[in-house]
Write a protein that binds this ligand. Structure first.
Ligand SMILES: Cc1cc2nc3c(=O)[nH]c(=O)nc-3n(C[C@H](O)[C@H](O)[C@H](O)COP(=O)(O)OP(=O)(O)OC[C@H]3O[C@@H](n4cnc5c(N)ncnc54)[C@H](O)[C@@H]3O)c2cc1C
Length: 572
């Protein structure tokens, strides 16, 4: 038997969603439940730390903003695939989250009159992104982490890699983890679980995400019998820095930056005349690709042709005050000062709209399991997320799932039993199966080829032929993955083994993403099919569900919740 640890509530992930959940669970239970927060890197190294531009909330009703307007922007932005009851809960909860963080000490950027500042973001009809310069995620995560330290009922498991979610009789039993510092295999028993493990951005080669964002929680939930929802909707952000893919925040356009083609034209005027550079991301990304494909882009390295993001007219003072990180990144990585030169950008894989299916409270179909943040699909973003709605989502459903799970845990007197067979099967899968592999295939070649396949065939524009090719390639890569070799047989910090597990997860997620995309014969939000160029509400106003089977995902569908707004043509 492995080492066995027990905690009432386990939080899988220490990003904005996980930390917000931990605080709320502690508060609701008045410190009387025992919480584990598990992360594969260090606290404060979750990818949330990279969030730049802002967090959306309706803060100024006296100045023309309203809950209805935020909700409408989100629903229209989602290309009508968002569940409208979810959107309603979201917009009404956010203002108090902004004030809560303020009370916990976050240094929100202020207006001249001392009130919390807000900046414009794409697809929003009011400047509603609350910000801390262009380091919003860093300050949010730091504030939540500091606040969590005030409670002494949470144990932090840094560098513990979760390998499986144990479910029996449709009820949560525990997690298996590898303590990366020692290589030890452990069981963490629990009464309840919140999966807050982030997105799967590194399915792609050209991405804003770090190598740690590998969709583990989504893949593990899927294998544990929880469906994944709407995985074909992957957001491409319009301004990834060429050639690295580092995010150049939408706040640059919120502050007044222009997108220019090689003729010096603000090309967005023709695609979205009322919003121009502040149209939603799916629309701008498609427009950029059209400009590039029709010869109005700039030649970039490795096929990464680009357009220009021009900030020069904002002037040095504005850039230094509002976008200091962006200036630093451009200087450090491209030897380019945006005060003097335009920034080379193109669409970049950025955000998973899909994820673990939950209801409006973040509960999954498995008793005792909730999901929150980018790992989850509570159906807030539908087919296209609006910028600054994601960090906000993490706060809202961190709070909701933390409260729900704490109340649930307090009703349960004993830890549900975990079958020894299940634990042993997982130990064998990793330490006798994966770790002992000495096959001819190179893990890193497989990862590279997977990413190149996704970049090529499952990008901003898709076709049925390309998607079928991608599915075939993914299936071949899955076969080759069976014959990899793990060169490092050591116990401590065996990153070779960890990468192998992550690649296994990515392969499953790629298969699910593409399977859903092949079937969805329409264009909606971030899923733009050249062979089905328009939205088809009659046949496709529905969510995709992918259910696990050993042969591959089985697809099912469920209706979208429409309470207020019927779908209309989406124009900006
Ligand atoms: C560069 C960048 C800028 C962004 N800017 C904005 C912005 O301005 N506004 C906005 O609203 N959104 C923004 N986003 C999106 C937003 O930041 C993310 O969607 C959000 O922060 C995700 O938070 P999370 O808590 O769900 O996951 P994460 O912050 O990714 O945390 C996931 C956690 O799960 C842990 N984990 C994962 N797998 C395992 C495993 N196998 N075992 C153990 N632990 C594991 C990780 O270690 C981590 O602690 C940005 C995204 C990027 C990439």
């Amino acid at each position: 038997m492995p080492d066995v640890l027990s905690h009432d509530l386990i939080i899988f992930g220490a990003g904005l969603a996980g930390l917000r959940a931990a605080i709320e669970a502690s508060r609701v239970a008045q410190g009387k439940i025992d919480i584990a927060v598990v992360t594969k890197n260090q606290m404060m190294r979750a990818h949330s730390v990279a969030a730049e531009g802002g967090t959306a909330a309706m803060m100024r009703p006296e100045d023309g903003d309203s809950f209805e307007l935020h909700a409408w922007d989100t629903v229209k932005g989602s290309d009508f695939l968002a569940d409208q009851d979810v959107v309603d809960l979201f917009v009404h909860t956010m203002p108090s989250e902004i004030l809560q963080l303020d009370h916990w000490g976050i240094p929100w950027t202020r207006r001249e009159d001392g009130r919390i500042a807000q900046r414009p973001f794409g697809g929003h009809s009011y400047p509603r992104a609350v910000l801390a310069a262009d380091k919003t995620g860093f300050f949010e995560l730091q504030t939540l982490y500091d606040t969590l330290l005030k409670y002494n009922n949470a144990t932090h498991y840094n560098e513990h890699f979760v390998t499986s979610i144990l479910v029996e009789n449709n009820e949560f039993r525990g997690l298996t983890v590898i303590d990366m510092t020692t290589g030890q295999f452990k069981l963490i028993r629990g009464k309840a679980l919140i999966i807050a493990s982030g997105g799967g951005g590194t399915l792609y080669g050209f991405t804003t995400y770090s190598q740690t964002v590998t969709g583990d929680g989504m893949a593990l939930a899927y294998r544990a019998g929880i469906p994944l929802e709407d995985m074909e909707f992957l957001q491409f952000h319009p301004t990834g820095l060429v050639p690295s893919g580092i995010l150049i925040t939408e706040a640059c356009r919120g502050e007044g930056g222009y997108l220019l083609n090689n003729k010096g034209e603000r090309f967005m005027i023709k695609y979205a005349p009322s919003k121009i550079e502040l149209a939603p991301r799916d629309m701008i990304s498609r427009s950029e690709m059209i400009e590039i494909e029709e010869g109005r882009g700039f030649k970039g390295p490795r096929g990464l042709d680009y357009i220009h993001l021009d900030l020069r007219h904002l002037g040095a003072d504005r850039i230094n005050e509002a976008l200091p990180l962006i200036r630093e990144v451009c200087i450090e990585f491209n030897d380019l000062d945006p005060i003097k030169e335009p920034i080379p950008c193109r669409p970049v894989a950025h955000y998973s709209m899909g994820g673990i299916e939950t209801d409006i409270t973040g509960a999954t179909r498995v008793k005792g399991v909730w999901a929150a943040g980018e790992a989850a699909c509570v159906s807030l973003h539908g087919a296209n997320r609006l910028g600054s709605n994601s960090t906000a989502e993490c706060l809202v459903w961190g709070k909701v799932t933390g409260g729900e799970s704490a109340r649930y845990v307090r009703e349960i007197s004993h830890f549900p039993a975990v079958s020894e067979n299940a634990i042993e099967a997982e130990r064998k899968r990793i330490f006798e199966g994966l770790l002992s592999k000495r096959g001819p295939e190179n893990l890193y070649d497989i990862r590279r080829e997977l990413r190149s396949c996704m970049d090529t065939h499952v990008g901003v524009f898709r076709t049925g032929d390309g998607l079928c090719k991608a599915l075939q390639t993914i299936k071949e890569l899955q076969k080759r993955y069976e014959n990899i070799s793990i060169a490092d047989k050591g116990a401590r910090y065996n990153t070779n083994l960890i990468h192998a597990i992550e690649v296994g997860n990515l392969l499953d997620l790629a298969e699910i993403t593409v399977a859903g995309a092949v079937k969805r014969a329409e264009s909606r939000g971030a899923h733009a099919r050249r062979d089905f160029a328009t939205r088809d509400d009659e046949n496709w106003l529905k969510h995709t569900l992918a259910l696990y089977s050993p042969e591959g995902p089985k697809l099912d569908y469920k209706p979208v919740t429409i309470t207020t707004w019927k779908p209309v043509e989406r124009k900006y």
